[in-house]
Design a protein around this ligand. Structure first.
Ligand code: 3HC
Length: 686
């Protein structure tokens, strides 16, 4: 895990722990030994620490955090490095994250390649940098830059690192080995970071916290990060390090960090398909076709264009194409204006885009994604046509959000090539892609879809075929519950507050207003069969008409609406329903626990591979708060499955005959086990 090689008077210590050079116990042991030997060896005048493979290091081994971390401890190794009487250089390529960057901060000098990235992403794991990062980074770059990096967790480029003094030397190219040893040879004395002092206006911490209040509210780690950086200003290094470590130990056993670590590993696990033969080779995707230049088609196209993959969009009318391309262009310009892309990158992306009214133009595409509206007949017609024109081996995908991929595949002569790729709106931004596996979808088609999703920066999750797949199927009982409770007497604010209090950006009713209450509406103003019909008939379609369940101000903030309330009241009266007080418990059961119940059914039916995949869907597609781990984790670890079942039972009468408890959920609750364990027992035939 640690290799050393003497290059003249410079000892190179190489971290070799694929895939990401995590600093697990083996690496730490090797590193400590190599450093001690180098310090004692009179032939060694300077030391370079470098990583092999793709990265310098992705930091501490996160899998160690569930138990006591074995010795030697990373902070001790970094202290040893910092107090070395010989200059130590950290040579960074790829990325230095978390403990990896902290290791580099303990070195006396840092050289980095031009495309290297530097970051302290610990906050995303619900912890803070616990190996000196909060004490040494401010000493090098100052308090404000350090707070920004540590509290946001966002990485910076090597160039930015050089600008703020974090990087002493930018390598000329990616071939770092020789440049690093040559640099080390020029250094004659150590330069311990801890010897530096940092000052700051005491007000800066409160100002920072106030400015970021919306992002950090309710989260433990960012607050600890701010306090730890404050310690760097007011305490000597040794005491500051002690305070940092105390925060680390407190956070790492906390609920939020446990949930966020679950998220970290679940997201990576979700990208894997358990039953694919090992030898499955993904197909090559060099060109993509998109059918439909609407909002979804345009958004989906942008993902491929940004990843350097040429796209041809086809639509029925030139006007639709022109409008779609103009929207793509505007979106790119907005991204460039925010500094997320350069004008040059936008230009390159746009040159990869072609459009046509002719389906025949898709003949040379390796992947064709249909993104027209949800109508089975239209989709079937499109796939029958694609079957005629697509080249052999092309993957034919549908972006359907509800419909059966099997029914769509059946109209083609090549159902093995058909797969669902359900992107979420706005498709250029939302990370989730549900990869829908039809009964006949070929293994290499699935492997390609998973690989490609990651290549374009998405989070893939596999779903089997059912109405709404994983995410939207769970959304349905949540929406029904929310709407029904309005009619039964709850106010919209009361219903939505439960989800917002949990940490979601909005509640189910606000979400409906955002998506449009008119989605799926029959458009007959005289036919009022639901409160939704009544609102739509009154022109209250949601944010798009400026009013829906709520009224909206010019900043699109929801306001209680007397007009909507009187429509709801009138509908209630007409339906002969007597309003009653609805408790927070009932709202929780009927908007949140019902989702967990549906998730358990999805798991039980084998629609999803794992309970954690359901979490990943809701975290990345519906803004479920990450620090609660996702709906299934939340129910299992933070609420308790017995309480979930009890509450669902308590309100089952109000939910009507269509409601039924998932046997898997009941079994897990009764046996006090996890969903996965309960599923194992079901699978065993009990
Ligand atoms: N510890 C343990 N395993 C890690 C790891 C880490 N720090 N970082 C990545 N891995 C594992 C992943 O789980 C995955 O395992 P799998 O193949 O079995 O699923 C494998 O390495 C590859 O990871 P990715 O699929 O994420 O690879 P990518 O190339 O897409 O991304 C990365 C690489 C950007 C480095 C990404 O893995 C990442 O962000 N890692 C976490 C970085 C991080 O949070 N570092 C801080 C750790 S905490 C810390 O350092 C505490 C310190 O302050 C004391």
């Amino acid at each position: 895990m640690i290799e050393t090689s003497l290059q003249g008077s410079v000892l190179e210590i190489l971290i070799a722990n694929p895939p990401v050079n995590a600093l697990g116990a083996g690496v730490r042991k090797g590193l400590e030994r190599a450093l001690r030997e180098a310090i004692l060896d009179s032939a060694v005048k300077a030391i370079v620490v470098r990583g092999t493979g793709k990265f310098f290091s992705a930091g501490a081994d996160i899998s160690e955090f569930d138990n006591t971390i074995p010795d030697p401890q990373l902070p001790d190794i970094i202290n040893l490095m910092e107090t070395s009487p010989k200059p130590v250089v950290a040579a960074i390529h790829g990325l230095a994250f978390g403990g990896g960057l902290e290791l580099a901060l303990g070195a006396h000098y840092r050289i980095a390649t031009p495309i290297a990235k530097l970051g302290l992403p610990e906050v995303a794991l619900g912890i803070l940098p616990g190996a000196g990062g909060t004490q040494r980074l401010p000493r090098i770059v100052g308090v404000e830059a350090a707070l920004e990096m540590i509290v946001s967790g966002a990485p910076i480029s090597a160039a930015k690192g050089a600008e703020i003094g974090l990087i002493d030397k930018l390598a000329e190219n990616e071939d770092l080995a020789q440049q690093a040893t040559a640099y080390a040879r020029t250094l004659t004395a150590p330069r311990p970071t801890g010897a530096r002092e940092v000052t700051a206006d005491p007000a800066v911490f409160e100002q920072f916290a106030t400015k970021n209040a919306r992002k950090i509210d309710g989260l433990d780690a960012p607050k600890a990060c701010i306090e730890a950086v404050r310690a760097a200003v007011i305490l000597p290094l040794a005491q500051g390090l002690e305070r940092e470590l105390a925060f680390f130990h407190e956070l790492v056993v906390g609920q939020q960090s446990e949930a966020l670590r679950h998220v970290f590993f679940s997201e990576r696990m979700a990208a894997k398909i358990d039953d694919l033969p090992k030898e499955t080779t993904p197909r090559k995707i060099a060109k993509v076709g998109i059918i439909g230049a609407g909002t979804m088609g345009g958004g989906i196209s942008m993902n491929f264009l940004s990843a350097g993959i040429p796209v041809t969009i086809v639509d029925m009318a030139q006007e639709a194409l022109d409008r779609g391309i103009a929207v793509i262009c505007r979106n790119y310009e907005a991204t460039a204006a925010k500094g997320r892309l350069t004008t040059e990158q936008v230009g390159t992306a746009m040159t990869l885009l072609t459009s046509s009214l002719d389906f025949g133009e898709l003949a040379d595409c390796d992947l064709i994604i249909e993104a027209v509206y949800e109508d089975m007949d239209i989709k079937k017609r499109i796939f029958a046509r694609l079957d005629e024109i697509a080249k052999p081996g092309a993957i034919l995908a549908s972006n359907t959000s509800y419909l059966s991929i099997d029914d769509i595949a059946d109209v083609t002569s090549r159902p093995g090539d058909v797969v669902g790729l359900h992107f979420f709106s706005p498709a250029n931004i939302m990370k989730l892609v549900e990869v829908v596996r039809g009964a006949k979808t070929a293994a290499d088609v699935l492997a390609t879809a998973m690989d490609l999703a990651r290549r374009i920066g998405k989070q893939p999750v596999v779903s089997g075929v059912c109405y709404g797949f994983i995410g939207n199927r769970m959304l349905l009982p949540r929406i029904d519950g929310a709407i029904d409770m309005l009619v039964e007497g709850a106010t919209p604010q009361q219903v939505d507050r439960i989800s917002v209090d949990l940490g979601m950006p909005m509640g189910p009713l606000q979400m409906m207003d955002l998506a449009g209450l008119d989605l799926g509406w029959h458009r007959d103003v005289s036919r009022i069969e639901s409160v939704r019909d009544a609102l739509c008939a009154a022109g209250r379609w949601g944010q798009k008409t400026g009013c829906g369940i709520y009224d909206y101000d010019d900043k699109r903030r929801p306001l209680p609406s007397p007009a909507a309330q009187s429509i709801i009241d009138a509908f209630r009266e007409k339906s002969g329903i007597v309003p009653r007080a609805i408790s927070d418990e009932e709202i929780t059961a009927r908007t949140l626990y019902v989702m967990v119940n549906e998730g358990a059914k999805i798991l039980e039916e084998g629609i999803t591979q794992r309970a954690s995949d359901i979490d990943v869907v809701w975290l990345n597609g519906y803004a479920w708060p990450r620090h609660t781990g996702g709906p299934m984790y939340w129910a299992e670890h933070l609420v308790g499955l017995e309480a979930v079942v009890q509450n669902l039972n308590a309100y089952s009468r109000s939910m009507g005959e269509s409601f039924s408890l998932s046997p898997l959920l009941v079994r897990a609750a009764t046996n006090r086990t996890s969903f996965e364990d309960a599923r194992g027992k079901l699978g065993a035939g009990s």
